[in-house]
Design a protein around this ligand. Structure first.
Ligand code: SF4
Ligand code: SF4
Length: 422
């Protein structure tokens, strides 16, 4: 949906504020309301707080802790019968409050450090190695750093650069460009490798632009919209326009790509705006692309497997992608597809949330691990690297290391005749 002003324009707050009828239907789907049980940590309460801030009746510093505690999972947007665009309100507030001095200095420094590290794969790889080495001395680390040490997986040192062009197997059915993802290429590069194989096997030529950069999701999450625009401009220049789709295999990144069209709205940005809108229209999650294309029927699994599917918030709520990954998995013979109870509730990953709010994220991670364990799957499938890291860590913590794979890895194993792990 195009907006009639910049996304950070406080006027965007008026729409959600006026549309909210305070019915409370969104409350039970709000993870922070479930954990904290306070109205001010629910979507309805946050809407009232933000209204007060922009009307001058609530000090910004009073609202910040409650808005910072919001995961941005957008379950409230999906649940709201009145169509309230809480996402617009959140974006405007995050931008307005981004430099607020009421946040402790240490937290502001941590945000800066995250912005300077996560979108840069080389720096991220080096930091992850350092973090792994420092883990035995975790207790000596400052409290603000410990959540990162707890969650940080080992970087995959085997990963090399992706080929710039992967030819299709057989006649070409489509040509796409792939976003390789900053966090993904460091921690789960095998997802990109599986994506290339599955696309090629389905007759798709894949271009991986060497000059691509971060999608801007982290900057958007932290309200740094100028940084997000710079990253979007770099990708607009790096990606070819003569492709059928721009593919993402990480829900958070895909969601950011699909927001490019809303980032450029002023008169002097008209050229960027047209290009960004066209780019956003081409951006699509790998599951949606394969579902629309129609896949080569995968052979039956070598060994039957019970696979539970986890809905990443930035697929199910932000992009409304629910059925395509399930339809793909359902085509694999010998695969029993299971649903995770409370599937609409966030796992607590939410970008950098599990680093910034470890207590709430930990409670949500534990609850998600319990829900998954309750259906006793052999494997958990999902479509987002952030959820993968968070859920894997919490399943391991519970002593139940159920393997967690990307949907495309499950397909890839079926095509290659490799059994799913147990
Ligand atoms: S469901 Fe929608 S209208 Fe009802 S309280 Fe929540 S945001 Fe407001
Ligand atoms: S985005 Fe998620 S955490 Fe934030 S208010 Fe909505 S449901 Fe709650």
């Amino acid at each position: 949906m195009r907006l009639d002003g910049r996304v950070e324009d406080p006027r965007h707050i008026a729409g959600p504020v006026e549309a909210c009828v305070h019915c409370g239907f969104c409350l039970t789907t709000c993870p922070t309301y479930r954990v904290l049980g306070r109205e001010m940590d629910s979507p309805r309460g946050r809407i009232v707080l933000v209204k007060g801030v922009f009307e001058g009746t609530v000090p910004m510093e009073d609202a910040i802790p409650h808005l910072d505690a919001c995961l941005g999972c957008l379950a409230c947007v999906t649940a709201c019968p009145s169509g309230v665009r809480y996402d617009q309100l959140l974006t405007a507030f995050r931008h307005a409050s981004r430099g607020a001095r009421s946040r402790p200095v240490a937290k502001r420094l941590r945000r800066r450090a995250l912005l300077e590290t996560l979108p840069h794969p080389r720096r991220l790889r080096a930091s992850a190695r350092l973090g792994q080495a420092a883990r035995p001395a975790r207790r000596l680390a400052p409290a603000l750093v410990r959540p990162m040490l707890d969650l940080l997986p080992a970087p995959d040192g085997q990963a090399g650069p992706l080929p710039e062009v992967t030819p299709p197997v057989g006649p070409r059915r489509a040509r796409v460009a792939l976003l390789s993802g900053c966090v993904q290429q460091v921690f789960t590069p095998e997802v990109n490798a599986a994506t290339l194989r599955v696309l090629a096997l389905n007759g798709v030529e894949v271009v991986v632009p060497a000059a691509q950069g971060c999608c801007g999701a982290l900057a958007l999450h932290l309200g740094e919209l100028d940084a997000a625009r710079d990253q979007a401009r770099a990708n607009l220049a790096a990606f070819p326009t003569d492709v059928d789709a721009v593919i993402s295999n990480a829900a958070g990144c895909g969601s950011a790509l699909r927001e490019y069209g809303d980032l450029f709205e002023t008169a002097d940005e008209a050229a960027d705006a047209a290009e960004a809108a066209a780019f956003a229209a081409r951006a699509v999650d790998i599951s949606v692309f394969l579902d629309r294309l129609g896949i080569v029927p995968p052979p039956d699994l070598v060994e039957p497997s019970r696979v539970a599917y986890h809905d990443a918030c930035h697929l199910a709520h932000a992009q409304r992608v629910v059925e395509p990954p399930r339809r793909l998995l359902a085509q694999i013979g010998g695969l029993e597809l299971l649903e995770v109870p409370d599937g609409e509730i966030c796992c607590g990953s939410a970008g950098t949330y599990n680093i910034e709010h470890p207590a709430i994220a930990g409670a949500l991670g534990e609850a998600k691990a319990s829900s998954i364990m309750g259906v006793r799957p052999d494997v958990l499938a999902l479509g987002n690297v952030g959820c993968l890291v968070q859920i894997r860590a919490h399943l391991e913590k519970r002593g139940t290391p159920i393997p967690v794979l990307h949907t495309v890895e499950v397909l890839d194993r079926a095509y290659r005749g490799v059994p799913l792990p147990r």
